[in-house]
Design a protein around this ligand. Structure first.
Ligand code: 4AD
Ligand code: MG
Length: 498
């Protein structure tokens, strides 16, 4: 048995592939079977000339997702999806599938989410998961090369790490426990034992809002480093993100093509230094005339574009009636695209006035909302690193800026193209007394943090770290508009099954 990915090593020889029928087209003497085997897609040609009559006839009964074993000769073909075709000499049917619910016609996203267990087989979903895996592997490679060790933080915890409003509570033998929101506090303990560590695990937040960026269960990668300050933390975060993007660009080119990902900004993220702005500078930027006029221009462009594509829609609708069959298919496809684009533009046009107001009226001291992040990132073509946030909007464990007590030595990395925050991190408070007063200010119970305070009692050192959200990173790199397509089985408000 061979896999589709390995076909290039078998040019002109006979191989056997096992997989599922992705698509089938037939003419009198030829069946074109598009086969997927998990490693790729390959067109298999079953010709009446090359196979016994009963095999040819059986091939004609196959339906989408039927499982088969096909033997044949590997021929190079540039026009073919993977560059190779299989000219079948034999075909064995494992099962003729029942009518498959997900057909090439368009389905609503709710329907697809209900069928996530099958939707995963579709091309785009397949490509996104292949990229996700490449990112996961790259993350391990990066940290292992940099001298970190992976250590695992517990999932059941006895205390909050990231605020008390998004905790999932559970019963732990008659005691209250929470699903972890972040492995960081444990990461700090582990860094004091091993110097440089990273955690890679699931984290949970009871996010009650439906947004394209929030899951209730997501995977976070959290490096924590002894003897690192904020600047070293930022340098590491930049090097890390660059490594991930570069690896995907090199190793997952065909998947990105399948996803129709424009890689211009990804390439810039690898080649150019990230922009670094302090929170205060970012606020000035939001409130600036430059931002206002950018939004104004955007609104005008969108309005114009909407007019143009509406005209095009009218034209091709008129043409549809008298068009030949092939042209009708083309027109239907274009109509679909136009509707999708119109939805997007209309959403933008609803948003822009809200964004304008929120940006112009932004007051120093508040946290950035999703739209503020979008506006900020739209003005740069590499990721944006924002540092030194007002301490009030950030977590209790962050160290204050010695030059300005109001600021925390925090860091967020915002992905370009409107994707927003992918990393949050900081230098940590390393003084016992300061940390005790922070815990009190945040009205957190000191006794559950006694072990965490111990880290400041026994050889405290400056240290720092950050957390990268895996799904948001996959979403940005793949160019997906919603995190629900970045994880095999997403968990969100209103979505627990399948
Ligand atoms: O900014 P956050 O909340 O930071 C922490 O949890 C720190 N303890 C990390 C650390 O310093 N070790 O979360 C980090 C990242 C975010 O930037 C985002 O990418 C992701 O986790 N994230 C989410 N992703 C999907 N759905 C959610 N509900 C998310 N909440 C955070
Ligand atoms: Mg954050």
């Amino acid at each position: 048995m061979t896999t589709i990915r390995e076909l290039s090593a078998h040019k002109d020889s006979i191989v056997t592939l096992k997989g599922w029928i992705y698509n089938i087209r037939s003419s009198k003497a030829i069946h074109f079977l598009e086969l997927r085997d998990g490693s790729g897609l390959c067109q298999c040609i079953v010709s009446a000339e090359d196979v016994p009559a009963e095999v040819f006839q059986a091939a004609g009964t196959l339906k989408q997702e039927s499982s088969v074993e096909i033997t044949g000769k590997v021929l190079e073909d540039e026009r073919s999806v993977g560059g190779y075709e299989l000219h079948a000499t034999g075909l064995q049917i494992i099962q003729v599938a029942e009518n498959y619910p997900i057909t090439p016609k368009e389905h609503g996203v709710e329907f697809l989410m209900e069928n996530r267990h099958l939707w995963l087989r579709s091309r785009r979903q397949w490509a996104a998961m292949q990229v996700r895996n490449a990112i996961q592997f790259a993350i391990h490679r990066f940290f292992q090369q940099e001298g970190f060790i992976q250590m695992d933080a517990p999932i059941f915890t006895g205390n909050a790490a990231e605020g008390t409003t998004t905790l999932f509570e559970t019963d732990y033998f008659d005691e209250k426990a929470y699903l972890t929101q972040s492995g960081q506090l444990y990461g700090e303990a582990m860094a004091m034992a091993h110097g440089k560590i990273y955690t890679f695990g699931p984290t949970f937040r009871a996010e009650k809002s439906k947004t394209r960026r929030h899951l209730t269960e997501f995977w976070m990668i959290e490096p924590e480093m002894a003897f690192y300050d904020l600047n070293m933390n930022m340098d590491l975060a930049e090097k890390f993100v660059k490594f991930i993007v570069k690896t995907v660009l090199e190793e997952k080119k065909s998947e990105l093509e399948l996803l129709e990902r424009d890689t211009t900004f990804l390439t810039k993220a690898v080649e150019n230094p990230f922009i670094r702005l302090s929170y205060t500078e970012a606020v000035e930027q939001l409130r600036s005339d430059k931002t206002a006029s950018m939004l104004h221009e955007m609104e005008q462009n969108r309005t114009e574009e909407l007019g143009t594509i509406k005209e095009e829609l009218e034209e091709i609708k008129k043409e549809h009636g008298s068009a030949k069959k092939w042209r009708k298919t083309q027109i239907d496809q274009r109509i679909k695209e136009i509707h999708a684009r119109m939805d997007q533009i209309e959403e933008d046009l609803r948003n822009i006035p809200v964004w304008k107001k929120s940006a112009a009226g932004f007051e120093w001291g508040g946290d950035f909302g999703g739209s503020d992040e979008t506006i900020l990132t739209m003005q740069y073509d590499t990721p944006l690193m924002i540092h030194r946030y007002p301490a009030e909007v950030k977590a209790f464990y962050m160290k204050r800026d010695p030059e300005n007590e109001k600021l925390a030595l925090a860091l967020d990395v915002l992905a370009p193209e409107g994707y927003g925050e992918i990393i949050g991190g900081s230098q940590r408070e390393d003084s016992l007394e300061e940390l005790q007063s922070r815990i009190a200010e945040h009205k957190l119970p000191e006794e559950v943090f006694s072990w965490y305070l111990d880290l400041r009692r026994y050889g405290t050192v400056p240290h720092a770290g950050f957390g990268l959200g895996l799904e948001r990173t996959v979403g940005w790199i793949c160019g997906l508009s919603h995190v629900r397509e970045t994880i095999p089985f997403p968990r969100m408000l209103g979505r627990l099954r399948p």
